[in-house]
Design a protein around this ligand. Structure first.
Ligand code: CA
Length: 233
């Protein structure tokens, strides 16, 4: 596990006791944990602090787990594990084809939940590494390392490709300059993080030649950069 950037688990569960048992167990396994007790707070929270995986209870105040899962899937492939109170519920959920990655029935042991979470995370990471990335007008071919905008090849450097790939793989998530350096070069080196600004500037300029009125790469004050299809100018 990456100790500099621990995996962030979002637990959405209105039963305080279950939430705290799960939370404690994940924390003891060196995950970063956030807990929400209401369904209707999840979407806004995800924009602020994007998690790497969501444990989503079915029955929640504000917005139920099914509606939430559907809502999240409109824009995100983030791994979701649904927590259900009964086996029959899990069967029903499977039939609904919500796009959840796994289902766990209560009562469960925290150890079991962590094991399933790790398995789902591993699968989704393998998926991410091998698949091509589609993000609005952008498509990235992860084999040839080519980027196309509306099908037209974008001429970019390997570093610019690495940055764009990192940003589009986790849309909405803010990356620090150091993280981007690490992802592009495979290691972090203090002196290089300012050069990320130069790469980003060049990348924006090249993208603007194809999409002049839009800026998909957002500066995040005090942090670094994030990619979003909600363009700002
Ligand atoms: Ca509940």
């Amino acid at each position: 596990m990456d100790t500099l950037n621990p995996t962030h688990i979002l637990i959405v569960e209105d039963e305080v006791k279950i939430a705290s048992v799960l939370s404690d167990y994940f924390l003891s396994r060196h995950f970063t944990v956030s807990v929400l007790y209401r369904g209707d707070h999840v979407i806004a929270f995800m924009k602020q602090q994007p998690p790497d995986l969501i444990l989503l209870d079915l029955m929640l105040p504000g917005m139920d787990g099914i509606s939430l899962c559907r809502e999240i899937r409109k824009t995100s492939r983030i791994p979701i594990i649904m927590l259900t109170a009964r086996v029959e519920e899990a069967d029903i959920l499977l039939g609904l084809d919500l796009g959840a990655d796994d289902y766990i029935c209560k009562p469960f042991s925290p150890r079991q939940v962590v094991a399933r979470a790790k398995a789902v995370l591993r699968r989704s990471r393998e998926d991410l590494l091998s698949r091509n990335i589609e993000a609005g007008p952008f498509s990235l071919n992860t084999q040839s390392r080519e980027v196309r905008i509306h099908g037209v090849l974008l001429k970019i450097t390997p570093n610019e490709y690495g940055i764009l790939k990192a940003l589009t793989t986790a849309q909405g998530r803010a990356f620090s300059r150091m993280e981007l350096v690490g992802m592009v070069q495979g290691y972090e080196f203090e002196g290089y993080h300012r050069t990320i600004d130069t790469h980003i500037k060049n990348l924006r300029k090249k993208i603007a030649e194809h999409l002049p009125d839009k800026d998909f790469i957002h500066s995040v004050y005090g942090t670094g950069y994030r990619f979003s299809l909600d363009t700002v100018k």
